[in-house]
Design a protein around this ligand. Structure first.
Ligand code: HEM
Length: 171
């Protein structure tokens, strides 16, 4: 039960503030998405790419392998860093930049790959889009509070914001 809660609830709860920050930190970006909500889909992918909610995962190799010339024997305990692959310059141009219209944004590895790829990925994508739309609909002129200190709660696999402060107008 516990690991399903982590997989299904925590990851998405960690992700939505990252997505809001990515969009609200550049007001023109937020406005662009407000004008054309279909852009949210790619914004979700680009945020997943740059800020993988699950930064890493522990795995054990089932056969001998070699990565970048480094031999990894069968049975080795490895820490797979999705966040590193997501910023690979050979796959993503200007990999450290957020680009709303990046064509291959969804080539990130934030949901893993192959047999154990995240079974909840479609739900997570849907939840993120619905959250952004609800905030747009219900919080007029929503914005990041100025001068807030960005604080992370450190964690090898699931680091997260300690807080994200938003302000909006009351009509
Ligand atoms: C932004 C949100 C999420 C992220 C970043 C995320 C990320 C991941 C990652 C990296 C894996 C491991 C993939 C691999 O080993 O190759 C995984 C597996 C899994 N995720 Fe998610 N996840 C998210 C949301 C969800 C949701 C909403 C659910 C369920 C409703 C869910 C259920 C699972 C399950 C059950 C697995 C294990 C799949 C298996 O081992 O076959 N995840 N997820």
């Amino acid at each position: 039960v516990n690991s399903n809660l982590v997989a299904g609830v925590e990851t998405t709860a960690i992700f939505i503030p990252l997505l809001l920050r990515a969009l609200l930190s550049v007001p023109e970006r937020w406005q662009a998405v407000q004008r054309d909500r279909s852009l949210i889909t790619n914004a979700v992918e680009e945020t997943l790419r740059l800020w993988a909610p699950a930064r890493t995962n522990r795995r054990v190799t089932t056969e001998d392998a070699s990565i970048g010339g480094v031999p990894i024997p069968k049975g080795a305990a490895v820490l797979v860093a999705y966040s590193s692959a997501n910023r690979d310059d050979e796959i993503f141009e200007d990999a450290d930049e957020f680009e709303l219209n990046r064509q291959n944004a969804n080539k990130h590895l934030s949901f893993g790959r192959y047999t154990h790829m995240c079974i909840g990925a479609p739900l997570a994508r849907l939840e993120a889009r619905v959250a952004v739309e609800a905030i747009m609909d219900r919080l007029p002129n929503v914005r990041l509070v100025d001068d807030q200190t960005e604080q992370w709660l450190p964690h090898t696999i699931l680091p997260r914001f300690a807080s994200l402060e938003l302000a909006w107008d009351v009509e």
